[in-house]
Design a protein around this ligand. Structure first.
Ligand code: GAP
Length: 427
């Protein structure tokens, strides 16, 4: 894990939040490459779960919502973790994460009685007569409060879903394991509305969809865990967690739950607005059930980094590289002139770079340092292809005129390819 964290900082993926002030626990900032990787994950998700389907609608709800939303959803009363405080050093811990529930893991002091700690960040909205609100702890509620708007605007037939990607905030008692447990996170959630008596079958279909997603991320060690009733969230009739083998142990990557009609029914009571669905075919009115696959962006990103981090030996030298799937890699290809001080090589390399950039916006041009070093730099950030323009490209060997070397990140092998064939080769 330390190696991954250090690579992430060194190569501009992830930095500690507020670092120059000593950091703020549970917050992380994303540099140019981390942001690109994160955006690729989010775009892939949106493509798979929204644009490639006909039964999905998007929404982008406000992070701040009326306080009442969180009362009605049950979050003000139940969104809490057990907290214990050490009577000696006053440090606080999450009780269910401690191996020894009596002794402080830091100083060995006696731990007090656990109490429930609500994880929502409270805030005041307005300058006068301010009302209490919360930074949303899940994006899902912004979907439920827009259920009626979506039905009225688009008249979808059941089953259909509403998807949202956005920030959520949780005042975790002990944020830890790099970006695994953070206080400011991003979720990608689907609330899929189904006829109540069809929820089991729809749940299984979503289970399959999630398996496909995990494959797209290139993750191998994923386990499906049926969550026992006593461990499920207050709204859930069934939950299957997808867990990944992180370096610190097997832990939750994402969750799939059946939220029944819990949320819509409660919002109907709380707001007085009718949130029933009218089925045109059967002329029945009812509150749909909800299947919810809920994905954490940071946990997906961390799993992708863990899965792709590789150490090997190439040309007799040790190397570190990210074996990222090419559709996720922040940079698809790097284009190099063999020598920086040969204007004809630089000009040709820039021409190839500009040509490829039209189809692949995430290609880069690099003429810094020797070729070996450039390869290693790109390997370390997971760039699947490197393209070198050399004297043969310009026709030193006439039979190689108009060809370049295309190097494969994983094998380090190079082959000569015509410039016209590059677009196809990079796909
Ligand atoms: N709407 C349902 C919901 O929020 P959850 O299991 O509490 O369910 C869903 O969270 C997903 O959000 C988790 O599977 C995880 O990927 C991500 N997540 C939750 N808390 C997190 C945290 N503190 N840091 C990073 N990711 C988190």
């Amino acid at each position: 894990m330390e190696k991954i964290i250090s690579l992430c900082k060194r190569r501009g993926f992830v930095f500690q939040g507020s670092e120059i002030y000593g950091g703020l626990a549970g917050t992380w900032d994303y540099g140019h490459l981390g942001l690109a990787l994160k955006n690729n994950i989010k775009s892939l998700w949106w493509k798979m779960f929204v644009t490639d389907r006909e039964d999905m609608y998007g929404v982008d709800a406000a992070i701040l919502m009326q306080g009442k939303v969180w009362e009605v959803s049950g979050h003000t009363s139940t969104f809490a973790d057990p907290l214990v405080e050490c009577e000696k050093c006053k440090r606080r811990f999450r009780a269910d994460h401690l191996e020894n529930s009596e002794k402080c893991p830091e100083c060995g002091g006696k731990l007090g009685e656990p109490r429930m700690f609500n994880m929502m960040f409270q805030t005041k909205v307005g300058a006068q007569d301010a009302v209490t609100s919360y930074l949303r702890p899940e994006t899902a509620q912004g979907v439920f409060t827009n259920f009626k708007n979506t039905v009225d605007s688009f008249h979808p037939k059941l089953p259909f879903g509403i998807a949202q990607i956005g920030k959520a905030f949780r005042n975790e008692i002990s944020p830890r394991d790099f970006i695994f447990r953070v206080r400011e996170l991003e979720q990608m959630e689907v609330e899929y509305f189904v006829k109540p008596d069809e929820w089991q079958a729809e749940f299984e279909k979503w289970r399959e969809n999630v398996r496909e997603w995990v494959k797209l991320l290139g993750l191998k060690n994923v386990h499906e865990v049926e969550i026992k009733e006593e461990d499920r969230a207050h709204y859930s009739a069934r939950t299957v967690d997808f867990e990944y083998d992180y370096p610190f142990g097997q832990n939750e990557l994402l969750g799939l739950a059946c939220r029944t009609d819990f949320d819509l029914k409660n919002h109907m009571k709380g707001s007085g607005v009718e949130l029933e669905y009218f089925d045109e075919e059967t002329k029945e009115k009812f509150v749909p059930f909800v299947i919810e696959p809920s994905f954490g962006v940071e946990r997906a990103l961390l799993a992708v980094l863990v899965e792709s981090y590789t150490e090997d030996e190439l040309g007799g030298e040790p190397r570190v590289f990210l074996k990222l799937p090419k559709h996720l890699a922040p940079i698809r290809a790097a284009i190099f002139p063999l020598l920086k001080n040969k204007p004809e090589l630089v000009a040709k390399a820039r021409e190839v770079f500009m040509m490829l950039k039209k189809d692949f916006p995430n290609v880069v041009f690099d003429d810094n340092g020797n070729i070996g070093k450039r390869y290693r730099r790109q390997d370390e950030i997971g760039t699947p292809f490197c393209i070198t323009i050399d004297f043969d490209t310009l026709g030193e060997k006439p039979e190689l005129l108009g060809t370049v070397t295309l190097r494969d990140r994983d094998s380090g092998e190079q082959k000569r390819v015509n410039i016209e064939e590059l677009k196809e080769a990079l796909k």
